[in-house]
Design a protein around this ligand. Structure first.
Ligand SMILES: [Ca+2]
Ligand SMILES: [Ca+2]
Length: 176
């Protein structure tokens, strides 16, 4: 009985590892930020899905432990990626279905002039110089949008900052 259990657990672990294996297909061998890319198979849409999982770079909630910023692909030919973030302080995924980008690549710091242009779409930096990083997203594309509840709170542009403040994530217009 115990052996059966071990075999089942081993199969489950192998399945999990295969599902999360980085870049095993030629199709994804030359993509940007490949070290953070994850390829999974989504049986619901019968497609290979590419996602980005930035897990060791930033501490958004300032608790001394790195948080995870993910962009989960939709598996389409022109892939759009949904933004989500897991904060270590709450161990919770915060998922934003309308925050979609087609180029969720981290390209290092950019100055304000570069940010005024259409790229990058994603950046993490300490914009307000309080020693804690904020997340910048540029959602100016056909699939990215601001949900009505945020528009009602005054988020009027598609270039936004996401920051941890008073124990929660705050979203506001980027005024660079
Ligand atoms: Ca953290
Ligand atoms: Ca800051």
């Amino acid at each position: 009985m115990r052996n059966t259990f071990v075999v089942i657990v081993s199969i489950l672990i192998l399945t999990a590892v295969n599902a999360q294996s980085p870049l095993m297909t030629d199709e994804f061998s030359h993509i940007p930020n490949a070290e953070y890319a994850i390829v999974t198979y989504d049986s619901a849409i019968k497609a290979t899905v590419l996602s980005y999982h930035y897990h060791d770079l930033w501490d958004i909630d300032n608790d001394g432990i790195k948080d995870v910023i993910s962009f989960v692909g939709n598996g389409a030919a022109h892939t759009y990626y949904q933004f989500q973030v897991r904060l270590s302080s709450s161990d919770t995924w915060y998922i934003y279905p309308t925050f979609q980008l087609d180029m969720p690549y981290y390209q290092g710091n950019k100055n304000i002039k570069e940010l005024k242009e259409s790229h990058p779409q994603f950046l993490v930096s300490d914009f307000d110089h309080d020693q804690v990083d904020e997340i910048y997203l540029n959602l100016e594309n056909p699939f990215g949008s601001i949900p009505e509840e945020l528009t009602a709170k005054g988020v009027l542009s598609k270039r936004i900052l996401i920051e941890f403040e008073n124990e929660k994530l705050i979203i506001r217009d980027f005024n660079g």
